[in-house]
Design a protein around this ligand. Structure first.
Ligand SMILES: CC(C)(COP(=O)(O)OP(=O)(O)OC[C@H]1O[C@@H](n2cnc3c(N)ncnc32)[C@H](O)[C@@H]1OP(=O)(O)O)[C@@H](O)C(=O)NCCC(=O)NCCS
Length: 382
């Protein structure tokens, strides 16, 4: 290893960058030992029980909760951007009906850049406006994707509704009941930021080259789509459906563990105790089941939790109980990760703003483990 690498990396490589501090940030912090999550100093438990997603968006971007006038202003700006340009909405109808919604979302978000004259203005003022447009438009795009693939016309966003309610309204074509809208709002709060997770780190790496916000967010969407990150919530529901009934949970999980399979929705790269987001989603999933008169999926998830804790000492993460919660709301399985994105766009954009404000190109080193001094053999002699 050369001298620069030795001093940068020490002697050991941190596989997967575990434990490596790669940025200073005041946006969010995860204390894996205590199971604590804070956004700009505020505890997630307070935010999940007392706040709204729009307040959290303001908090992440500005470092403090808004007063009433500031919140009204943000809501007005978001609502005035809910609609997506026809040039983005139109093509969604022609994308393959079988396309993964995350792929369609990624493509549509990338295309939004063409219609934003401020896309390449990286000043804080312009970037906040771009972030507002992105946050406002994610739900409209996701709802339009789902309707288009089902041969349905998109529902025009209603500027009088908040992001969570509007999303469910555009998805189903009818106003959601108050509880469902509340659950969606809390789910958006819980997933808004999570420090340097894979997609946020991706966004910061792209922003660190001083590329525009759309590029950073498009890349983050790609990172979020993987099953080890945002894709886990869909995988949880697929697993529950495959198991089918609570009496099969124990044998299914034990069998999967014996085959060294990973159980999606369990384990975490940072938390070594309860994931505080799972605490709220567990309760919401239970209440959702009780209200809808069917706690089967909640009960099954709770049983998986019991078996995983006993067999592996692993606890549920944010995805474990969001799966049954969304399922009981009648949301298609492959929209769970796009919903994660509808929430996480707030955290991504907060991190991009922070990166732009104090930028340094992110460029780590690799420990080269390949051969050296390999003789070059001419093509005809190989
Ligand atoms: C999130 C995740 C990638 C974190 O992984 P990590 O910190 O790198 O931990 P590792 O993958 O090194 O796992 C450590 C041990 O626990 C096991 N483990 C971790 N998560 C597991 C899971 N979900 N199911 C079964 N075993 C698991 C690993 O197999 C490993 O066991 P070993 O030491 O016997 O090899 C991992 O827990 C996982 O893949 N979970 C499922 C996907 C998921 O829910 N992702 C959403 C995260 S919010």
């Amino acid at each position: 290893m050369d001298k620069a690498k030795e001093s940068a990396a020490g002697s050991a490589v941190a596989t997967g960058l575990r434990g490596v501090v790669a940025a200073s940030s005041s946006i969010g912090d995860v204390n894996g030992e205590k199971g604590e999550l804070i956004y700009q100093g505020l505890n997630i438990h307070d935010l999940a029980t007392k706040s709204t997603f729009e307040e959290v968006v303001f908090l992440l971007w500005n470092g403090r909760l808004p007063n009433r006038a500031e919140l009204d202003d943000l809501k007005k700006n978001l609502a005035s951007s809910y609609e997506i340009p026809e040039w983005v909405r139109g093509p969604i109808e022609y994308f393959p009906k079988k396309a993964e919604p995350m792929d369609t979302l990624r493509t549509a978000v990338s295309a939004l850049a063409f219609f934003d004259e401020e896309a390449r203005d990286l000043s804080r003022e312009a970037s906040i406006r771009v972030a507002t447009r992105l946050t406002a438009r994610f739900p409209t795009i996701v709802a339009a994707i789902d309707r288009a693939r089902n041969g349905k016309a998109p529902i025009k966003p209603n500027p009088n509704l908040n992001i969570a309610t509007n999303f469910l309204y555009m998805l189903k074509g009818e106003l959601p009941n108050e509880f469902d809208a509340h659950v969606m709002d809390v789910a958006l709060i819980l997933q808004a930021d999570h420090e340097l997770n894979a997609s946020t780190f991706t966004a910061r790496v792209v922003a660190g080259t001083l590329a525009d916000m759309y590029s950073a967010v498009t890349a983050a969407l790609g990172a979020l789509s993987g099953p080890l990150h945002g894709g886990a919530n869909t995988a949880v529901m697929k697993m529950l459906l495959e198991i089918g009934s609570i009496d099969r949970v124990e044998s299914y999980i034990k069998d999967a563990l014996a085959k060294k399979k990973k159980i999606m929705g369990w384990g975490h790269a940072v938390y070594r105790t309860d994931d505080p987001r799972a605490t709220h989603l567990r309760q919401l999933s239970k209440e959702m089941g009780e209200r809808k008169g069917d706690t089967k999926w909640y009960d099954m998830t709770a049983k998986v939790e019991e078996v995983m804790k006993r067999e592996k000492g692993l606890l549920p993460n944010v995805d474990a109980y969001s799966a049954s919660t969304y399922y009981m709301m009648g949301i298609p399985l492959d929209l769970y990760t796009p919903i994660f994105a509808i929430s996480r766009i707030s955290g991504w954009t907060a991190h991009i703003l922070e990166q732009y404000a104090n930028n340094k190109l992110i460029r780590p080193r690799a420990e080269y483990v390949g051969p050296r001094n390999v003789p070059y053999v001419p093509i005809d002699e190989r």
